[in-house]
Design a protein around this ligand. Sequence first.
Ligand code: ATP
Length: 202
Amino acid sequence: MKFTQLRLSGFKSFVEPTELLIKDGLTGIVGPNGCGKSNLVEALTWVMGETSARNMRGGAMDDVIFAGTTSRPARNAAEVTLGLDNNERKAPASYNDSTELDITRRIRRESGSDYRINGKIARARDVQLLFADLATGAHSTAIVSQGRVGALINAKPKDRRHLLEEAAGISGLHSRRHEAELRLRSAETNLERVDDVAEQLE
Ligand code: ATP
């Protein structure tokens, strides 16, 4: 699915509401050192559900909120919205009544993040799975940050396998299987308890 636009407000150095249209073809972002090019790429991974503050070059997730300068006070919230073109209906069936999908993540200082899909509250997991099924996401192989190639060469085989799974779009299936296994285990425990109670009643 094509990304059509990225809207930011209060995110890192993008304190003012900023809208970037992503047109067909190749998009390049150029600018002097420190102007915010990497911050834009981080906004993309963040809205897709990144959970590691370290991957956002911060100590805590609140560090993505505009921290203020000598002339401007800090903000208490940050918001990023990613627009997706769903004309080809590649989104999961439950979203397929819309030709455009807007994924929004908002964070308030000391209150954590919330997500919306086309304005409706969603879980972080829903957003992460949506992107995982589209073979993209916060850890997508399509996003190559500084130092990533070197890190990949030195990575353990297990970590490299994760990367291949992301690229193949099957990491969402793994996550669903893990959840199903947890539910199964909890059902088994409940069954054992039922057996115990039944025994006591006999
Ligand atoms: P380079 O070309 O050197 O890699 P860049 O264009 O990728 O630079 P970024 O690393 O995206 O630049 O942006 C760095 C700028 O963002 C710095 O000026 C830093 O102070 C600012 N910045 C990062 N986090 C915040 C924040 N929470 N609040 C305000 N400014 C921030």
